[in-house]
Design a protein around this ligand. Structure first.
Ligand SMILES: C=C(O[C@@H]1C=C(C(=O)O)C=C[C@H]1O)C(=O)O
Length: 309
C-alpha cells in the first residue's frame, strides 16, 4: 500500500503560490504565476547560482529550478521556492533524495516511460525523506507519434490516487490548457522560455474553464473576490456568445426584436435554467434573464437600425 494512498488531498505552498487549492496556476516564463528554470542547458558552462540569479533579477515571485545533479543544490537552495525533478531524472533516486531533503516543494515530473506506480513511488521517496510537499507533473510519454503524448487520464488518476496536486506539462503549446484544467490539473507547466502570450492564453483557459469545473472553497474576502472574478470572466464569455446567438435568431425570425418577443419561450428557458440553478430559483432567474434577454433585443434592434442607415 502506498504511503500516500489515504492522505487527504493537500495543497502545496510554493512561495506565495498555492498549488492544489484555489485556481489552477501557470508556471512558465514571462506572464506566468511562477517561473522555472532548468540547469540542464547551462550545465558545466554557467554556475547554477548564476543561472538562478539571472531569473531572480527580473522576477520577484516564486522560482522553481530543475537541477542537473545533486551538486547544484547547495548553490541554489536559498534562492528558489521549489525544485523540479525533471522527467529524465525521475528514477535517479539519489537526486530525488537529495532534493527532498532540502525541504522545499518538489515537483516530480513523470519519466517518459514511467508507470503510474513508479511515478507515485517517487512521491513516497520524498515522504520517506521527511518531505510531504510534493506536486506531480504529467510530462507525457514517448510513443510512435512525433513529439510527446500527454496523458491527462493518467494525470487525473495520479491526483485521485495520491491526493496530491498535479500539473500538466504543456511545453510551448497552450492548446490543451482548457482540457488539462477540465481533467483536474491544479496547474500548467509551460516551457521556461515560452512566449508571454502563451502564458496569457493558458491563464485565460484556466480562468474560464476552472470557473466551471474547479470547486473552490475560499476562506477570505480576497480569495472569494478573486474566485468571483473568475466566474464573472466565464459569465462574460457566455453572455457575449448568447448575445450573438440571440441576434442570429432575431435576424432569422419572421418578426424580430421586441415586436417578436416570445414570453412562453422565455418562461421555458428560465424553468430549464432553474434545474441547474436551484438555489437561485425560478423567480430570481426570471428577473436576471429578463435583463439579459432585453439587452440582447436592444442590441439586435440597434444593429438592425444601423444596417438600414
Ligand atoms: C431569441 C429569441 O427571441 C426573443 C429572445 C429570447 C432570448 O434571448 O432567449 C427568447 C425569446 C424571445 O423573446 C427567440 O425567439 O428564441
Amino acid at each position: 500500500m502506498s504511503l500516500t494512498a489515504h492522505l487527504e488531498r493537500g495543497a502545496v505552498q510554493v512561495g506565495t503560490l498555492t498549488v492544489g487549492a484555489g485556481p489552477a496556476v501557470v508556471i512558465g516564463g514571462a506572464g506566468a504565476d511562477a517561473r522555472w528554470v532548468s540547469l540542464r542547458d547551462h550545465h558545466g558552462r554557467v554556475p547554477a547560482a548564476e543561472t538562478v540569479a539571472a531569473v531572480r533579477a527580473e522576477w520577484a515571485g516564486p522560482i522553481l529550478v530543475e537541477p542537473f545533479s545533486a551538486a547544484d543544490l547547495p548553490e541554489i537552495v536559498a534562492d528558489v521556492e521549489g525544485v523540479i525533478v525533471g522527467a529524465a531524472w525521475m528514477q535517479d533516486f539519489q537526486l530525488v533524495r537529495a532534493v527532498a531533503r532540502l525541504g522545499l516543494p518538489v515537483v516530480v515530473q513523470r519519466g517518459p516511460a514511467a508507470t503510474l506506480e513508479e511515478w507515485l513511488a517517487i512521491a513516497d521517496y520524498c515522504v520517506a525523506e521527511g518531505n510531504d510537499r510534493v506536486v506531480l507533473c504529467e510530462s507525457g510519454s514517448r510513443t510512435h507519434q512525433a513529439g510527446i503524448t500527454l496523458d491527462l487520464a493518467l494525470m487525473r488518476e495520479a491526483r485521485r490516487r495520491s491526493g496530491r496536486p498535479v500539473l500538466a506539462d504543456l511545453g510551448e503549446e497552450p492548446a490543451l490548457a482548457a482540457a488539462a484544467v477540465a481533467a483536474g490539473a491544479d496547474g500548467l507547466l509551460l516551457a521556461q522560455d515560452a512566449a508571454e502570450r502563451t502564458a496569457l492564453a493558458a491563464q485565460e483557459a484556466v480562468r474560464i474553464v476552472g470557473a466551471v469545473t474547479r470547486s473552490e472553497v475560499p476562506d477570505s474576502v480576497l480569495a472569494a473576490r478573486s474566485a468571483i472574478d473568475r466566474v464573472d470572466a466565464a459569465l462574460a464569455v457566455l453572455l457575449e456568445r448568447r448575445a450573438e446567438l440571440a441576434g442570429t435568431i432575431q435576424r432569422l425570425k419572421p418578426v424580430g426584436g421586441f415586436a417578436g418577443r416570445d414570453m412562453d419561450r422565455e418562461r421555458r428557458l428560465v424553468e430549464e435554467m432553474a434545474r441547474r440553478a436551484p438555489t437561485l430559483g425560478e423567480a430570481r432567474l426570471a428577473s436576471i434573464m429578463n435583463a439579459v434577454i432585453e439587452a440582447g433585443l436592444h442590441l439586435a434592434e440597434e444593429r438592425a437600425a444601423n444596417a438600414q442607415a
